[in-house]
Write a protein that binds this ligand. Structure first.
Ligand code: KIV
Ligand code: ZN
Length: 388
């Protein structure tokens, strides 16, 4: 089994920040209940100081959640921490997530202060949050672009102040997988006390590397991955939960596991897609409409001989309805025959050859041939053939 990787879901915080994805309280409670059932370890329920409605939702999620820790985000500001502490108070496992920017850009051009001040504010925020809860996660915003030496100083200081989880966000999605992995390794090797805490990878997808970076972090010692359902999130999104979970599950060569029930992934993906009004692209890994659809003749022939020729995941493992053989002008005879037999008709070789000619003409015209068109094509043709 190996090392457990904790799954920290931030669909309701980083995901919900996306324009148009805002949820009402009932929908948030539904999504949170599904996440808890899915088996995530931590639900980041919101940013309680941001609005009274968010405060209220975080509080209700804290009340209803059975298994997962419930976390509220704050800046390194006492008032934020007071409000978050109040919102997560009813949780069985409450967590405060506080932090501050640590890259030169954030220190000098966003916060307009000094590195020493940032370090002190980080430490003070953790100490303040510890007055309320035992479980305090610290984020070093823009850690991806923070120099490793300063990052290590900040991380060591906040661990000393009581942080239980250290979040290393690649806030702008800039790092390459080897760079991000090396950053985690550097912290593991240079920070006193790092072995007592979880290290979290929180990656953004600006260069399409969020999942790769999160996995690289895990391979270098991160024990928590922060992610969202369908990879939704600021700009190009966050690390996608279903991708990380399935990479860890399918790669038995890596000594890791998660507590997620993978058979629920498709249903939860659809729930979030629907509630957040954020359609999933058809070619999205794991949960896209085409994730288990095969359309070219070469692939279809291979699939029909042995599914494993072209599928590395059994669709049932992620709760998908199954693989599909779709009929387009690129499909071959083997696939056409398979689909014709599925609608209950058996053709001999010569009939199949002839139907295939008709099928190609039709597919060139309408691009996707469904069962209805197929029935017409076959019925007409068989009748003609029998009568001739
Ligand atoms: O991307 C980021 O840096 C964040 C932090 C607030 C954790 O979302
Ligand atoms: Zn983020």
């Amino acid at each position: 089994m190996g090392q457990k990787v904790k799954i920290f879901d931030t669909t309701l915080r980083d995901g919900e920040q996306v324009p148009g994805c805002q949820l009402n309280k009932d929908d948030k409670l539904n999504v949170a209940a599904a996440l808890d059932k899915l088996g995530v370890d931590i639900i980041e329920a919101g940013f309680p100081i941001s609005s009274p409605a968010d405060f209220d939702s975080v509080k209700s999620i804290a009340q209803q959640t059975e298994n997962a820790s419930v976390c509220g985000l704050t800046r390194a500001i006492e008032k934020d921490i007071d409000v978050a502490a109040e919102a997560i108070k009813p949780a069985k496992r409450p967590r405060i997530h506080t932090g501050i920017g640590t890259s030169d850009l954030h220190v000098f051009s966003k916060l307009r202060t000094t590195k020493e001040d940032v370090l002190e504010r980080g430490v003070a925020a953790v100490k303040y949050a510890k007055k309320y809860v035992e479980d305090v996660e610290f984020y070093a915003e823009d850690a991806g672009r923070t120099d490793n030496e300063f990052l290590a100083r900040v991380v060591e200081a906040v661990i000393k102040a009581g942080a239980t989880v250290i979040n290393i966000p690649d806030t702008t999605g800039y790092c390459l997988p080897n760079q991000f992995g090396a950053k985690i390794k550097y912290l593991k090797e240079n920070v006193t006390g790092i072995d007592k805490v979880d290290i979290a990878a929180h990656c953004h997808n600006d260069l399409g590397l969020a999942t790769a970076n999160a996995i690289s972090a895990v391979q270098n010692g991160a024990t928590q991955v922060e992610c969202t359902i369908n990879g939704i999130g600021e700009r190009a999104g966050n690390t996608s939960l279903e991708e990380v979970v399935m990479i860890i599950k399918q790669h038995e060569d890596m000594p890791f596991y998660t507590g997620v029930d993978t058979t629920m992934l498709t249903a939860v993906s659809h729930l979030v897609e629907d509630k957040m009004n954020m359609p999933v692209q058809a070619n999205k890994a794991i949960v896209g409409a085409n994730a288990f659809a095969h359309s070219s003749g070469i692939h279809q022939d291979g699939m029909l001989k042995n599914r494993q020729n072209y599928e590395i995941i059994d669709p049932a493992l992620v709760g998908a309805s199954g693989s599909s053989i779709v009929l387009t002008a690129r499909s071959g005879r083997h696939a056409l025959n398979y689909r014709i037999e599925k609608i209950g008709i058996k053709l001999n070789k010569q009939q199949l050859d002839e139907v295939y000619e008709q099928f190609l003409l039709m597919a060139d015209e309408i691009s996707l041939v469904g069962d209805d068109e197929l029935k017409k094509l076959v019925a007409d043709y068989v009748v003609t053939n029998i009568n001739s």
